[in-house]
Design a protein around this ligand. Structure first.
Ligand SMILES: C[S@@+](CC[C@H](N)C(=O)[O-])C[C@H]1O[C@@H](n2cnc3c(N)ncnc32)[C@H](O)[C@@H]1O
Length: 455
C-alpha cells in the first residue's frame, strides 16, 4: 500500500474512524489502523486518510472514470461537429482550437490520475457527482499558471498580503505547525508555509485532482502544461491557450515539510491541539456544514495560544438553508461564545479567478479575520443569548439547575451524562445507540433540553 509515501510526521495523525493514535493502534508502516481495522491508501505518495478507508479509493476510481468518460464523449461530439459539411472555415478553425485544448486537458488529467495508482472505471454504483472535482479546475491555473500582467490584479499575491497583514498586526512571528483546510491547488498554503519557514504545513483537501497536481508542483517540482479554456467568445481574446504550470523555487527541506493530505475535514485524521495556525481560505461557506461546526473543528485542532485566519466570501451553496447562511456578526458571536478571541478583520472587494483570457470580471467580498485561542480558554456567555454550550454544541454542558421533569428513559440518560465535561455532541453520541441509524441525535438532545430541562 506504500509508494514513496510523503509521510506526515506521526504525532499529527489519528485514525479518522476511531481516533486511535500511533501508540494505540495506528500503524503508519502499513497505513492501517489496527484498532478498528481501517486500511488507508496513498495516491502518488499523498496519504489519503478517510474514515471509509480504501472504499474512498474505489469511489474516486468510478467518479473520476465517469468524469473522463464524459469528457471523452464531449470530445467525440466536438470532433464530429468539426466534420460537418456546413461549417465555414473560421468555425472549423475555432473547433480545432477547442478540440486541441480539450485533448490537452483530457490527456494531462487522465495521465495524472492513471499513473497515481487509481484503476479508473465507470461503475455507477458507488460514484459521486464528478462535477464536485471538475468544478475547481481554474484554481490550478490561477495558482500556478496565470502570469501576472498589468491588466489583471495579482490574485495570489493579494490573497497572501491580506493574510500577512493580519499576521503582522497581531505580532505572530512564529508558526511551527500550520494547517490549511480546503487547500485547493495549494498556492496560499505554500506561500504561508514559506513565509513562516514552518516545521510542518498540512494542506488538506478531498479533491484528488487538486491534491495530485499541487503535490507534483510543490514537492516534486514538476511542471506541466494545461489548457486554459474559456466558455464564451470575447472580442480580441483567444478561446484557449496552453499554459505552463511552473513549480515554485524553494529549498528541498522547505518543500518536503509541506504535506498534501487527502481527507475529509469532517472526519479529520489529525490530533487535537496540534496547530499553531489554522487557515481556512474560501472554505467557511463551501464545506457542506454549519459554520458553528467549523469553529468547533478549528478550536479543537488549535494549540492553546494558536491562531485561526479565515479569508474568503460568505457565498453559501444553494442547498444551504437560510437559517444557517450566517452573516458576519452572527459568526463573530459564535466565535465569542466558543471562547476564541476575535481580534481583527478586514473586508476587501477582490477580483476572483480572472484568467488573462477573460474580459469579464467576477468580484467577491472577501472577509479576512483572525481569532486567537487563549492559553486558558473559557466560553463566554452573551447577554440575551442561550448559554454558549447550547449554541456551540461541542462545549461542555454546564452543571446547571435543571427543571423538574417526569422520568423518561431518554431524558434520564441525558441528565445522567451531564458532568460538566460532556458536550451535547458527546451526549448525543451516547444516546445514539438507542435510536435508528440516521437519527439526528444532536438535534434531539437540543430539543429535549429546550422542552424539558432548561429552566
Ligand atoms: C472554494 S475552494 C478553495 C480552495 C483554496 N482554499 C483557494 O482559496 O483557492 C474550496 C476547497 O475546499 C475543498 N473542500 C470542500 N469541502 C471539503 C471537505 N469536507 N474536506 C476537504 N476538502 C473540502 C474543495 O475540494 C475545494 O478545493
Amino acid at each position: 500500500m506504500k509508494s514513496n509515501l510523503h509521510a506526515i510526521p506521526s504525532h499529527f495523525l489519528i485514525c479518522p474512524k476511531c481516533g486511535a493514535t500511533p501508540s494505540t493502534g495506528l500503524d503508519l508502516n502499513t497505513n492501517q489502523c489496527n484498532s478498528c481495522g481501517t486500511q488507508f491508501f496513498d495516491l502518488s505518495g499523498i496519504p489519503c486518510w478517510f474514515a471509509n478507508g480504501i472504499e474512498q479509493k474505489s469511489i474516486w476510481e468510478s467518479t473520476l472514470g465517469i468524469m473522463l468518460a464524459q469528457w471523452q464523449e464531449n470530445l467525440e461530439g466536438q470532433k464530429k461537429d468539426y466534420y460537418r459539411k456546413d461549417l465555414i472555415p473560421p468555425v472549423r478553425e475555432r473547433m480545432q482550437h477547442l478540440i486541441e485544448a480539450n485533448e490537452n486537458i483530457y490527456a494531462t488529467v487522465g495521465n495524472e490520475l492513471t499513473t497515481s495508482g487509481l484503476n479508473l472505471n465507470t461503475d455507477r454504483d458507488n460514484a459521486m457527482d464528478p462535477t464536485i472535482f471538475a468544478d475547481y479546475f481554474d484554481l490550478l491555473l490561477r495558482d500556478w499558471g496565470w502570469q501576472e500582467n498589468k491588466d489583471d490584479p495579482p490574485e495570489n499575491k493579494d490573497a497572501l498580503a491580506r493574510v500577512i497583514s493580519l499576521i503582522e498586526n497581531n505580532d505572530i512571528n512564529k508558526a511551527s505547525s500550520i494547517l490549511v483546510l480546503g487547500s485547493g491547488a495549494g498556492k496560499l498554503s505554500w506561500d504561508i508555509h514559506q513565509y513562516f519557514n514552518s516545521d510542518a504545513t498540512i494542506a488538506i483537501d478531498y479533491n484528488p485532482i487538486l491534491l495530485l497536481f499541487s503535490k507534483r508542483i510543490i514537492v516534486d517540482q514538476s511542471s506541466f502544461k494545461l489548457a486554459d479554456l474559456r466558455a464564451y467568445p470575447q472580442k480580441d481574446k483567444s478561446l484557449a491557450e496552453i499554459v505552463e504550470l511552473a513549480p515554485p523555487k524553494a529549498e528541498k527541506e522547505l518543500r518536503e515539510t509541506w504535506y498534501a493530505l487527502g481527507a475529509d475535514v469532517w472526519d479529520i485524521p489529525l490530533a487535537p491541539e496540534s496547530f499553531d495556525l489554522i487557515v481556512t481560505p474560501w472554505f467557511i461557506d463551501v464545506n457542506g456544514r454549519d459554520v458553528r461546526e467549523l469553529i468547533a473543528l478549528v478550536d479543537t485542532l488549535l494549540k492553546p495560544g494558536g491562531h485561526w485566519i479565515n479569508t474568503g466570501p460568505l457565498l453559501y451553496m444553494d442547498r444551504v438553508p437560510y437559517s444557517v447562511r450566517y452573516n458576519f456578526d452572527e459568526i463573530k458571536s459564535f466565535i465569542e461564545l466558543s471562547g476564541l478571541v476575535f481580534s481583527e478583520e478586514r473586508i476587501d472587494q477582490v477580483c476572483y479567478l480572472k484568467s488573462p483570457l477573460d474580459k469579464r470580471m467576477r468580484q467577491e467580498e472577501v472577509w479576512t479575520f483572525i481569532a486567537k485561542k487563549p492559553q486558558a480558554k473559557k466560553s463566554k456567555a452573551i447577554k440575551g443569548f442561550p448559554p454558549p454550550w447550547f449554541v456551540m454544541t461541542y462545549l461542555p454542558v454546564e452543571n446547571i439547575q435543571l427543571r423538574d421533569t417526569q422520568s423518561h428513559p431518554v431524558i434520564d440518560k441525558i441528565k445522567e451524562n451531564i458532568d460538566g465535561k460532556r458536550s451535547i455532541n458527546d451526549i448525543a453520541k451516547i444516546i445514539e445507540t438507542d435510536f435508528d441509524p440516521g437519527c439526528d441525535c444532536v438535534d434531539l438532545v437540543i430539543s429535549i433540553f429546550d422542552e424539558f430541562l432548561l429552566p
